[in-house]
Design a binder for this molecule. Structure first.
Ligand code: ADP
Ligand code: MG
Length: 391
């Protein structure tokens, strides 16, 4: 729908973002550094991106008037969260440039559509998703092939940070989990023997040019990203090339514009399996802020503004540690206490990023710290010390 001749949007014009979380906040910061003004649409007044934005439109994501205001003010709009109503992205596109578009966002929102997209493009990308089956009824549970178990039952929509997932060993487990999740349509995935996990960030411009960042190795704890290390200590050159090539094929096949993150599993036999994708900058890409020429957020601003994509070169090895609300509750007693940021900031190569959330809760992403150093070993050394300080 977008004419190819649409001109670039250059600063100091306005860019818009749907959602007011930390990804929106970091996008706002990056776009502002380039001289853009940024408007955020988000229902909560008190939100990480709202504190940084030039203009906060406080309204529901489906509010027609608010969408009109955002599209009227901005030359281009993006989203910072996966579950933005695709319909709202389509409405915005009637009035301004929207990247990623509603069709791309809706594929990523449904684990079924996402898996179908991966499967349909497996020949070209060279990677397959985990064996899986849609579970929408009790009959579907009866029909589960024996070799899909043990597995993980995942809600088709709205899952994140390991939420909406239950590990299952038997059909009886699947039945119980399906019921517990309110009989919503789920996807059963075979439990795979993971060696490690990686993710690849790619970006594509409206003119079809695309770039891919260095591959990141991710460690999760309780379903939530714990650390990202780049270069990953386990990642082989062959694995990196395969995952990066797959990401470039997939972003092209989607006709995607903007920053896209694709997660992969590397199995114990060395093979690569595509897990899921996020239609936005990603937690595992935060290292790009401090370790790459162009951060994933600056890249998103460039792509949506139809500017040339930025250099993805990494200039330092990096380790990113997520800071969850849990660390406010370390030590004695139940009262929340501010962690020792002075000690964290004293570590070599530390870059602290806090998201401006004043209500620490267990499992809540409050910030992250990225250690950059001349060698990976030095960055990892700072990480170890940070873990000791934060508990
Ligand atoms: P989320 O949307 O919560 O990130 P994921 O599908 O990425 O959901 O699953 C979260 C984590 O659970 C993964 O990073 C991985 O550690 C584990 N996991 C998910 N699917 C599988 C699988 N099929 N086999 C083994 N581990 C898995
Ligand atoms: Mg995931």
């Amino acid at each position: 729908k977008t004419p190819a001749f649409l001109p670039s949007a250059t600063p100091p014009t306005w860019l818009g973002v749907m959602g007011g979380g930390q990804l929106g906040r970091m996008f706002v910061h990056a776009a502002q550094m380039m001289g853009f003004k940024v408007a955020v649409l988000e229902p909560a007044k008190d939100c990480p991106a709202g504190h940084a934005a030039d203009h906060l439109i406080c309204a529901g994501y489906g509010d027609e008037q608010a969408l009109g205001e955002l599209a009227g003010q901005c030359v281009a709009v993006t989203t910072e969260f996966e579950n933005v109503p695709a319909q709202s992205m389509a409405r915005l596109a009637d009035h301004c440039f929207v990247a990623p578009n509603a069709a791309c966002v809706s594929v990523a929102q449904s684990r079924i559509e996402e898996k179908r997209f991966f499967t349909d493009n497996a020949q070209a990308s060279g990677v397959l998703p985990a064996p899986h089956k849609t579970i929408a009824s009790l009959q579907d549970i009866e029909d589960i092939a024996d070799d899909l178990l043990p597995g993980i039952l995942k809600t088709v929509r709205m899952g994140y940070d390991g939420k909406g997932q239950v590990r299952v060993k038997t059909r009886e487990d699947v039945r119980a989990a399906f019921e517990k999740m309110g009989n919503v349509t789920c996807l059963l995935e075979k439990m795979l023997p993971l060696a490690y996990e990686v993710s690849v960030l790619a970006a594509r411009g409206h003119n079809g040019a695309s770039v891919v960042y260095p591959i990141a190795e991710n460690v999760h704890r309780d379903g939530i990203l714990f650390t990202t290390t780049v270069p990953g200590p386990n990642v082989t050159a062959e694995c990196a090339r395969k995952a990066q090539d797959a990401a470039l094929v997939l972003i092209e096949r989607l006709g995607y514009v903007g920053v896209l993150c694709i997660e992969f599993f590397v199995l114990q036999d060395g093979s690569l399996v595509v897990n899921e994708m996020a239609p936005r900058p990603h937690n595992s890409g935060h290292y790009t802020i401090d370790a790459c020429v162009t951060s994933q957020f600056a890249q998103q601003a460039r792509a949506m503004a139809r500017l040339p994509l930025g250099d993805v070169r990494q200039h330092s090895p990096a380790v990113m540690l997520n800071i969850l609300g849990d660390v406010w509750f370390e030590g004695e007693g139940n009262a929340a206490r501010e962690p020792a940021w002075d000690a964290v900031l004293a570590l070599p190569g530390a870059n602290l990023h806090l998201y401006g959330k004043d209500d620490p809760r267990r499992g809540r992403k409050m910030g992250h710290v990225t250690f950059v150093a001349p060698t990976l070993a030095e960055a990892q050394d700072s990480l170890r010390q940070a873990c000791a300080i934060l508990g």
